[in-house]
Design a protein around this ligand. Structure first.
Ligand SMILES: [Zn+2]
Length: 246
């Protein structure tokens, strides 16, 4: 194989790794942002439940206050009952007493309902708090992991960029320009393996003459269809064939 082509293959490999690293690094803020938003959602969902429980407790206190007032009124009415002079006044007073007693019973029923709801709510709230704390801790640990991976990716990128410069410096300027131009318009992939008489990138059949030239000569040839630089790899000999890792 043309030695320049071999270097281009190595360069392509490095370039694709660099592109992948750039992608991974650029996705870090997005990933941590999503995780942070999830964490905040879990927290606000719990806080809403906590707020509802507080409102319920407040309602209980209000109802208890109302019962207290009604009891005071009832006591006063019962005192006044002793001092009435006429039957008419007496029966009016009895009606008022009955009304106050009814009110107290009604409020007490409501208090019981609220207390039951509070008890159930309290258990649910405690479970929700445990679940929320677990979820938030797991999300925070994910955020930390994603953030902690950045320096390693950055240093890997730096190392690859050095390798990239090293390999690129060994390739002729003309071929490098061709490579960059082709890669630029094709998602960074400027090379394509010629295999089974097909271009492995665009899957278009290669002319037999060109395929033969690829195998036998060191000419730099381009796919007629996608214009990528074609290369041909000798198929491994059966006895020396390595098991594929892919
Ligand atoms: Zn092609």
């Amino acid at each position: 194989m043309n030695p320049d082509l071999q270097k281009l293959i190595a360069l392509q490999d490095i370039d694709l790794k660099i592109a992948e690293l750039h992608k991974q690094i650029s996705e870090i803020p997005l990933k941590t942002g999503e995780l942070e938003a999830k964490r905040q959602r879990a927290q606000s969902s719990y806080e809403a439940k906590d707020e509802a429980a507080k409102k319920l407790a407040e309602r209980r206190r209000t109802l208890e206050g109302e019962v207290e007032l009604a009891r005071t009124r009832l006591a006063r009415l019962k005192e006044q009952l002793m001092t009435v002079k006429t039957n008419k006044e007496y029966s009016a007073m009895l009606n008022e007493i009955k009304g106050a007693e009814n009110q107290i019973r009604g409020e007490e029923d409501k208090i019981l309902e609220v207390m039951e709801a509070l008890e159930t709510g309290d258990k649910e709230l405690k479970l929700a708090e445990v679940a929320m704390r677990e979820e938030c801790a797991a999300l925070q640990s994910d955020i930390d992991k994603v953030t902690a991976a950045a320096p390693a990716l950055e240093s890997e990128l730096e190392q690859l960029q050095e390798e990239q410069a090293g390999v690129a410096s060994q390739i002729s300027r003309e071929l490098m320009n061709q490579y960059r131009r082709i890669a630029g318009g094709r998602k960074g992939v400027a090379l394509a393996e010629a295999k089974d008489e097909l271009c492995s990138a665009c899957h278009v059949r290669i002319r037999p003459q060109m395929y033969a030239d690829l195998i036998r000569t060191e000419a730099i040839l381009f796919c007629d269809s996608c214009s990528r630089i074609l290369f041909y790899r000798e198929p491994p000999k059966p006895e020396s064939a390595q098991p594929s890792v892919e």
